[in-house]
Design a protein around this ligand. Structure first.
Ligand code: NI
Length: 159
C-alpha cells in the first residue's frame, strides 16, 4: 500500500467525469487500498478516485473510523430531508464552507468483489456520500457553497 498524492482544487482532473468500473483488476484493488491509506493519513472521512488522479467511479468513505465503505459505480437512489452545515475537502485543504445536502441518502454500488451493495446514511454519512459522488462527475462542494469559503480552524472532516 502507498500514500498517493492528493490532487488539489484547480487541477483539471477534478473537473472530469469518471468512467464506470467494469472489472476489479489487481491494479484496482491496489488503488482502493491506497485510497483508504491516503484518506486515513489525511484524516479524511472520504476520498474519490479522481482526487488521486484516477478517473474511475470509485469512492471510499469512513465517517466512524471503524469500517470503511468501498463503493464502485455508486448511484444515489433515494434522498430526503435537508441539512445545512460546514463541509471541507481534502482537495482544498484548510478551507470550509456551508453546504446544504439531503439529510438522508440511499445509494447502490458494487463492492470490491463486484457484488451489489446498498448503503444508507443520515447526517455526516449522507453528506459524505453526496460529496464523494459529486467528485465522480467532476464537481466540488465549492460550487454549492452558500456565502464565502472560510479558513478552517482545523481540517478533521475533509472529504
Ligand atoms: Ni472532496
Amino acid at each position: 500500500m502507498a500514500i498517493r498524492n492528493i490532487r488539489e482544487y484547480g487541477d483539471e482532473v477534478l473537473t472530469k467525469k469518471c468512467k464506470e468500473v467494469t472489472e476489479v483488476t489487481p491494479r484496482i484493488r491496489e488503488l482502493v487500498e491506497d485510497m483508504l491509506e491516503t484518506m486515513y493519513e489525511a484524516n479524511g472521512v472520504g476520498l474519490a478516485a479522481p482526487q488521486v488522479g484516477i478517473l474511475k467511479r470509485i469512492v471510499v468513505i469512513d465517517t466512524t473510523g471503524e469500517d470503511p465503505y468501498v463503493l464502485i459505480n455508486p448511484r444515489i437512489v433515494e434522498s430526503s430531508g435537508e441539512q445545512t452545515g460546514n463541509e471541507g475537502c481534502l482537495s482544498l485543504p484548510g478551507k470550509t464552507g456551508v453546504v446544504t445536502r439531503p439529510n438522508y441518502v440511499k445509494a447502490v454500488a458494487l463492492d470490491i468483489n463486484m457484488k451489489p451493495i446498498e448503503i444508507e446514511g443520515t447526517e455526516l454519512l449522507a453528506r459524505a456520500i453526496c460529496h464523494e459522488l459529486d467528485h465522480l462527475d467532476g464537481h466540488m462542494y465549492v460550487e454549492k457553497v452558500e456565502g464565502e469559503l472560510k479558513d478552517a480552524a482545523y481540517s478533521e472532516e475533509g472529504e
